[in-house]
Design a protein around this ligand. Structure first.
Ligand code: DX5
Ligand code: ZN
Length: 224
């Protein structure tokens, strides 16, 4: 099943509740929350207090994408604030197995993220314990960047590995997902589509979300 996860990074932070409601009305079913620390990525965004407020504003799952160092120290805070899914970067977690189990121990779905320069093989030893794998199709840190095509073969490879080894993780993609890129990632096997500027950038979030989801679903019907 294809799901759209609108990323609030491109939303109007003074009106997050209304923006989320619009995106949900257009078919968004997961709210993607980008957490940046100014160390792992060159930008600073939001922390657990904002997640706590979002929790009161929506019943949709909150998908917290941690682009931070020392993730272990903050996971419980995010879980207590109301995160449903928490994903951490392979590149930022030296004890990745421990960190993923820590997320699960806090009652959240655990996801692992790889940057454009990181091969899928780096995840070989954790694919059996993750709930989702997030493939970055831009270098993390900013919304509105151009899609990096190398993500497509990584998505395809993850889908193959999952079938070969009988795993059950879902495949998520993040960065530059818009009308010109969505069909390709869906055909490759992406199931959770993160989109920031394509949903909240210009125009109405409801119409934008609905149009993007429609394009994604028709691409998935053409999948062979
Ligand atoms: C980038 C973030 C993304 C970002 C995507 O570091 O992880 O979630 O919001 O934005 P768009 O869809 O505009 O590329
Ligand atoms: Zn993200």
């Amino acid at each position: 099943m294809i799901e759209l996860a609108p990323s609030i990074l491109s939303a109007d932070f003074a009106h997050l509740a209304e923006q989320i409601e619009r995106a949900a009305a257009g078919g968004g079913t997961v709210i993607h929350v980008d957490v940046m620390d100014g160390h792992f990525v060159p930008n600073i965004t939001i922390g657990a207090p904002v997640v706590k407020s979002l929790r009161k504003a929506t019943r949709l799952p909150l998908d917290c994408h941690l682009m931070i160092e020392n993730a272990d120290e903050y996971i419980t805070d995010f879980a207590e604030a109301g995160a449903d899914w928490i994903s951490v970067h392979q590149e930022a977690c030296p004890h990745l197995n421990r960190t993923l189990n820590h997320i699960k121990g806090n009652g959240c779905r655990a996801g692992v993220v790889i940057n454009p320069a990181t091969p899928v093989e780096m995840l070989n030893e954790v694919l059996d314990i993750v709930d989702h794998v997030l493939v970055m199709s831009v270098n993390p840190g900013f919304g509105g960047q151009s899609f990096i095509p190398g993500a497509v073969h990584k998505i395809r490879r993850l889908a193959e590995i999952r079938a070969e080894r009988g795993y059950s993780f879902r495949i998520e993609v993040d960065g530059g997902i818009a009308h010109d890129t969505v069909a390709e990632v869906v055909r490759a096997g992406a199931e959770i589509l993160v989109a920031g500027s394509a949903v909240f950038g210009k125009g109405d979030a409801k119409l934008n979300a609905a149009a993007l989801l429609e394009a994604a679903r028709s691409a998935s019907l053409q999948k062979v």
